[in-house]
Design a protein around this ligand. Structure first.
Ligand code: F3S
Length: 385
C-alpha cells in the first residue's frame, strides 16, 4: 500500500502513540483488502457508544485512547444506551459508565449527536463524497439514497479513520464495486420493513437492485435498515429512485420475484406473541415527517391500559418538532433521544415488544431479550388508543 511521507511518519510514531495505533489499524485493513492507498474522508460516524454493547473493556479502551488522539474530520456518535439528559430504565451504575463513555468520545472532538440518522441531524453528505461510517443503517442510507461512499466500518476502524482523517481506498469507495448483483422484482405493494427483512436474509452482502417499488425517503431508510440487519447489505439500488440506479448494466442479472405471499410468511414468523408490554417506534430514529405522522394519529387521545409507548428519535428532530413531541407526551407516550430500543437495556422493564421496524424485529430477540410482534404503524396505534 502506498503511503505518503506524512503517513510514514505517523506509522513510525512521530505524531504520537494514538495516531501510530490508528495508522497501524488502517494499514492492516488496507492490506487485507488490497487497498492501493488511503483517501481523505469528509466525515466519520462512530458506533460503539452504548455501554450496553461496549461493556467495561470497551469503556477502558476508549478512555485510554481519548488521552492519545483527537479527530481530524467531523465525527458523530451513534446512539448511546440511554437518554443523556433524563433518567430512564437504566441502573445508576449503567448511567455513570455511559456518561464516562460519551465524555471520552467527546474529549476526542466527537459530537454527541447520538443518532443512527446523522443525515437527518445536520450531516447529510453529498453524492460521491468519501466517508467512514459504521452504523449499518446509516451506511446503507449514505451509500444508497445519498450516493456517498462508505464501507461498512466497525466502531474501531471508523474511530481510527476519524483521527487520521483518511480511510483505505477499497470496496464501496470504488465506483465499479457499486454495481448491482441481483434484481428483486416486487410484484405487490409491500411494506419496506418486511421487504428489507426478507431480502436481507436472502441476499447476504450482495448489492440488490429493486424493481416495482416507489418508496419515500423514510421508506428507503426502513428498507436499508432491515437489509443491513438480516443481511449485510451496505448498498442497494431502486429503479428510477436512487441516484446510481442507471449507472450500471442490469441486463444479465438473476431476477427474483417477491410477492405478497412471501411477505405474509415473514410477518407470520415475526409474530411470536399477541400481547406486547411495550410498543417501540423509531428504528432507525424517526424523521420529522414520521414524528409528525405519529402525533397526528394520537391527537386528542389518551393511552389506554396496556403496553407503554416509547418513541425514539434524534435530539435534533425532537427539538425541531416541539408540538408533535407534546402531542405524543400528552397521549402518554415517551419521546426518547440519544438511544434506542436495541442499545438501551429495554430488558430491564419489558419482555415483549411490538414494532413496525424490520431491523428492530431482527435485533430485539438477540440483543434485548424480547419476544417480538411486527405490525404496521396504524395497527400498533390501534392497540393503545
Ligand atoms: Fe438505530 Fe438502534 Fe435501529 S441504532 S437503526 S434505532 S437498532
Amino acid at each position: 500500500m502506498h503511503l505518503t511521507k506524512e503517513e510514514e511518519d505517523i506509522l513510525e510514531g512521530e505524531h504520537g502513540p494514538g495516531l501510530e495505533k490508528a495508522m497501524k489499524l488502517l494499514l492492516a485493513i488496507g492490506k487485507i483488502y488490497d487497498a492501493e492507498k488511503l483517501i481523505p474522508i469528509e466525515s466519520a460516524q462512530v458506533a460503539g457508544v452504548s455501554y450496553k454493547t461496549m461493556g467495561e473493556a470497551g469503556l477502558e479502551f476508549v478512555k485510554d485512547f481519548s488521552n492519545k488522539a483527537e479527530v481530524k474530520v467531523r465525527t458523530l456518535m451513534n446512539p448511546a444506551g440511554m437518554d443523556l439528559d433524563r433518567k430512564g430504565i437504566e441502573s445508576k451504575e449503567f448511567r455513570e459508565k455511559q456518561l464516562q463513555l460519551v465524555e471520552a468520545y467527546r474529549k476526542m472532538g466527537i459530537e454527541p449527536s447520538c443518532t443512527c440518522t446523522p443525515y437527518l441531524a445536520g450531516n447529510r453528505p453529498k453524492k460521491d463524497t468519501h466517508l467512514a461510517w459504521s452504523e449499518s443503517s446509516a451506511v446503507s442510507f449514505a451509500n444508497s439514497v445519498l450516493g456517498a461512499r462508505t464501507n461498512r466500518e466497525g466502531g474501531p476502524s471508523a474511530l481510527m479513520a476519524a483521527v487520521i482523517g483518511k480511510t483505505p481506498y477499497y470496496g464501496l469507495h470504488i465506483k465499479e464495486n457499486r454495481a448491482p448483483e441481483v434484481i428483486y422484482e416486487v410484484q405487490d405493494k409491500v411494506p419496506t420493513a418486511l421487504l428489507g427483512y426478507l431480502v436481507g436474509r436472502d441476499v447476504g452482502d450482495k448489492i440488490p437492485y429493486f424493481k416495482g417499488i416507489s418508496p419515500s425517503e423514510d421508506e428507503l431508510k426502513t428498507l436499508g435498515a432491515a437489509m443491513a440487519a438480516t443481511g449485510a447489505v451496505a448498498l442497494y439500488h431502486v429503479e428510477s429512485i436512487t441516484p446510481e440506479y442507471d449507472d450500471f448494466s442490469t441486463e444479465d442479472l438473476e431476477k427474483i420475484p417477491v410477492t405478497m405471499e412471501d411477505i405474509d410468511e415473514v410477518k407470520m414468523e415475526l409474530t411470536q406473541n399477541n400481547d406486547p408490554d411495550v410498543i417501540v417506534l423509531g428504528c432507525p430514529h424517526l424523521s420529522s415527517e414520521e414524528l409528525t405522522h405519529i402525533a397526528g394519529l394520537l391527537e386528542n387521545k389518551h393511552i389506554k391500559e396496556g403496553p407503554d409507548l416509547l418513541v425514539y428519535t434524534s435530539r435534533k428532530v425532537k427539538e425541531q418538532n416541539p408540538s408533535s413531541v407534546k402531542t405524543i407526551q400528552n397521549f402518554g407516550g415517551k419521546v426518547i433521544t440519544d438511544t434506542c430500543m436495541v442499545v438501551s437495556p429495554l430488558e430491564n422493564n419489558y419482555s415483549t415488544a411490538a414494532t413496525n421496524s424490520g431491523k428492530a424485529a431482527a435485533y430485539l430477540p438477540k440483543l434485548a431479550n424480547q419476544k417480538v410482534i411486527y405490525a404496521d404503524l396504524e395497527t400498533l396505534m390501534e392497540m393503545i388508543s
